[in-house]
Design a protein around this ligand. Structure first.
Ligand SMILES: Cc1ncc(C[n+]2csc(CCOP(=O)(O)OP(=O)(O)O)c2C)c(N)n1
Length: 206
């Protein structure tokens, strides 16, 4: 671990730069080494995943909040050799925050959670979430038992953390403070096609 990351091991959301979801998602996609599975949560996280360049190992959650982590957990347990990455907004993670405790309990080494915290339920009108009044999702994740939970202070630190998360045992949770730019594109909305393509991408036949 670099000195900088040691020093920032106890960082909080207050110390982080406000970044951009599409930029971070593009960095994530560029950092992928093999056929990692990536699960985009409802709305903006999967819109930006789609816009960053579709891959057959991407799954785009439509309709329900809070399911990126539970779906990614299932994939990580079913295919323990494949790194699996969940992308979730702060509002969605707060709705299904118990999934952090389940992940901590089951300890999937191959699971990485990325949290995009814009302090709001942006896509339904930017109503403030609890993180706007101080709830710290990294502290919550550590409390749930995911010891390797960190705020990325800036883009460079995101790249460093991602590099470690892709090569060292997890589970990991990396959180970013992000701006209020909307998702970059709208994902093609066809659930049977999304599911079939993802299963094919993971080498699983129905
Ligand atoms: C269970 C459930 N409750 C409410 C909604 C309506 N809804 C869809 S997206 C959304 C906000 C999501 O917020 P967040 O996860 O923080 O992502 P952001 O829009 O900020 O990128 C809401 C309230 C829903 N789809 N499902």
């Amino acid at each position: 671990m670099s000195n900088r990351m040691d020093a920032e091991a106890n960082n909080t959301a207050r110390n982080t730069k406000v970044m951009n979801r599409f930029d971070i998602t593009s960095r994530l996609v560029a950092s992928l080494k093999n056929d990692e599975a990536v699960i985009g949560g409802i709305g903006n996280t999967n819109f930006d995943l789609w816009a960053a360049g579709h891959r057959p190992q991407n799954f785009y959650m439509l309709g329900s909040m809070g399911l990126a982590c539970p779906i990614a957990l299932g994939v990580a347990l079913a295919q323990p050799k494949r790194r699996t990455i969940a992308l979730e907004g702060d509002g969605s993670l707060l709705m299904q925050v118990g999934s952090l405790a389940t992940i901590a309990m089951l300890k999937p080494k191959n699971l990485i959670i990325l949290v995009f915290d814009n302090h709001s339920y942006q896509i339904t009108g930017s109503q403030p979430t609890a993180t706007a009044s101080g709830t710290d999702l990294v502290t919550m994740a550590r409390g749930a038992g995911i010891a390797q939970s960190q705020w990325a202070a800036d883009e460079e630190m995101f790249d460093e953390l991602m590099d470690r998360a892709l090569t060292q045992d997890g589970p990991w949770l990396i959180a970013m403070r992000i701006d209020d730019k909307p998702g970059t594109a709208t994902t093609e909305r066809d659930p049977p096609i999304i599911t079939a393509r993802f299963m094919e991408g993971l080498g699983v036949k129905r």
